[in-house]
Design a protein around this ligand. Sequence first.
Ligand code: GAL
Length: 955
Amino acid sequence: MKTLSSRVASQLSAVVVGMLVLTANAAPDINRERLSLDRGWLFHLGDIPMPEIKGHGASYGNAKAGNAPGPAGTEYDDSDWRKLDLPHDWAVEGPFDPNANISQGYRPRGASWYRRYLRVDESERGRHFELQFDAIATHSTIWVNGNVVSHNWSGYNANYVDITPYLRYGDAMNTISIKADANPMEGWWYEGAGIYRHAWLVKSNPVHVVTDGVHAAPRKAAGDNNWEIPVEVTLDNSGKVAADVTVEVNVFDPSGKQVAKQRQGVSVPIFTPTVVKLPVAISNPAIWSLEQTNLYRVTTQVFSQGKKIDETSLNTGFRTIRFDAQQGFFLNDKHTKLQGVCIHQDHAGVGVAVPDSIWEYRLRRLKELGVNAIRFSHNAPASEVLDLVDRMGFVVMDENRNFNPSPDYMKQLEWMVRRDRHHPGIILWSVFNEEPVQGTEVGYEMVRRMSSAVKALDDTRPVTAAMNGGFFTDLNVSHAVDVLGANYQVPDYDRFHSARPDVPFTSSEDTSAFMTRGEYTTDKSKNLIASYDDDFALWGNSHRDAWQAIDTRAYVAGGFVWTGFDYRGEPTPNEWPSVSSVFGIMDLNGFAKDAYYIHQVQWIKDRPLVYIAPHWNWAGKQGQEIRVMVMANVERVKLLLNGRELGEQKVDNYRMNFFKVAYEPGKLEAIGYNGDKEVARASVETTGKAVALELIPDRKSLAGDGRDAMPITVRALDAKGRAVPIDNSEVTFEISGAGKSIGHGNGDPNSHEDEKGKTRKLFNGLAQLIVQSNFPELRGESKGEIKISARAPGLKTARVSIPVKAVAAVPYVAESIAPLTYLTDWRVSPASAERLNPTQVLADNDMNTWGWGQPPMMNMPGNIKDGKYRLYRTHFTPRKNLANGNGKIHFYSITGKAEIWLNGVMIAKKDKFASGELNLDLPAGEGRRQLNVLVEGEGDNKAGVDGNVVIEPKK
Ligand code: GAL
């Protein structure tokens, strides 16, 4: 038998609080649960000044564990805060402000607060509880029950916090408080604000696999198709005794068949991360490739005395990668030119709080474009995104945000590698993007440290850094990386390669060309840029030039176009009123610009493609010359206007094909030939004016889990049902049933419309509405479908119903009941033979004559020599809704006779010694109250305030 006593007991020997009895080997037989903590948060926009701490008593209290003041603490009145679910980006909800930072898309940023209550059942005592926030923009501080438990200095990495020690069980609610401070910036693009990725509560056995604690990166062994996974599992033990456990790793092939197994016994001391090695060998696995994304499941189970006490799993894949200094990149020994894009993480309507299913849509759009490589610039993405990457078949440059090898920042880099190293998609670790010290010894020394930290965690991928110069000094970052990443610098490609022919080379970023979707005339006065691929940043290239430079050099592994999608902020070359970038191959919604077709015909080789730009609605320009761009991957293209042949050209797949066409309404058509055979055809047609709206859902149905979301394309059609590419109607949405709108956009970089409101204008014929299913228990009347209507003046209303399929929600932590105030912090007088004066003054500087306690405060034998009276004192400020006569003080149990005094007045008396509950009306009043409980014990029996004390609504 072992006794655990709390800090209170050691301070106040007479009052032993919360006695817990534990037996050795008490590790309960509990499996892991990973519960979504996305639901049921309270939000306050703006900072809340912390109360001034003045006076000795207050200063002393403020310095103690569990006593964080104001909104960080447990007692704070948040009853008027907004209720919401995560993920949440509040910056995207706000207005645009010309005085706000251009780089952040003119969206004001600042601090905000989140709070959530968490009830943990008494029966769960003994489990290990970890709180996980996948990302909070930007700096965050987390408190649990008034204890600060985490500071995080990056908006792009997760917080994992063991909250077990601070928890209260049963009715005494736990409080999670978070200050999300988005005043600091880590980027020069839109970063959002708030808890914008998922949150989780992980409950496990005290002996458990630590988060991201399974290292399972396969590697090729000697022999034909022999592989090994040198699995390493890190365990920890927050229990009270060392544990002897057995760890078992199983590997399952894509069909679910078990292909390898390894077991190993290990002793896990208390609070000592312990690594177990369980290498497994696998022959002839199904190889992961861009086309066949064979994923193997690696499960890790922990057994104690034959019982399973923990289990985790991850996916990985078998593939080889190689960067060759002369020939570029090889995946599974197959030469693969990297047809890559850089992307940021915001999407129309939702900011950076992008549902996983919208990521699926974004990646699907990239796949259709022919992209095979993604650089998540300039930060690691959400882990769900990397799961999609593995499943959909992309290779990835995973990038660290902050360039700094000091301990706080090295943690960020190490977190990324530890979390992501099992993903077969990841082929490069990037330690930075464009650092001014890149050409110096300082940069070299910093990268050397960061690279070696990466390699200590994963030596299966090369380390790179995205350099925009500095390659030619005597000592620079290129001497510390495995693969040189060049941002822009096209004229230096060959110079570097001849100076350092043994260093593998890739473009890490290129292009930076500008296009406004659907625009064909550059008009600087309107911040509009034509889509002919003529305009690009001074440091960049057109889409065509950049790809030609990369594709014609064998030693260049590939390119990463800046960028796959437009993003908010950085509206280069424009400024206000432009609020988002125009670099994207697609706009903020994932609608194609003409750059999409340029790259698609360059990157997709297995099917013939032909596209024409611009659209053919040029009323008023009859007879005027229109520049026509034909994009194709075939041998020849022929152009026809209203059936008349206008000419034929040999396809130039790098430059594209241009024609000058005198405008006449009708149909402009391009026919693609290989040899004499027609293999593809495209046309643009002059449409009539818009007469109706159309809604095109991206998928046939939504999963009714409260998470699944899909984009719906909104278009205007003419009388013949053709999409009108120049219509800019203002559309009003109505949504009812089993889901809701979570935002919308139209890709106009100059639009200042509310992204969450009821209306949205089409921009050059298109807008996008994003709908999300309700949580199962919140499904509305027309359970089973979301009904959406879109109307605009003069146009026929469009209606669509999206079936919402019943599925189990991701297991989640239920919302807690309305928060109550638990009076947890008490002072307790020494015992006295004489009745004590309940209103006696305790000097503000006296921290020692009275003890400190938290209910249940028992253990006061009535006959001890010091006496049978004891006084319990606390202070509290009731929540607004309970202060004015609507509240009561609820003593779950008092043992002994008692007098209850509030602000110097006796309000109730308990005149029996036996334990009993007490419910008293809380008199109306202002401000902070002092509550005294004078308890009188009897004989040998224990006495005291031995249950929770709660301020709650009168029933
Ligand atoms: C690069 C930078 C990117 C973006 C781009 C715009 O220098 O790495 O983040 O700013 O320029 O052209």
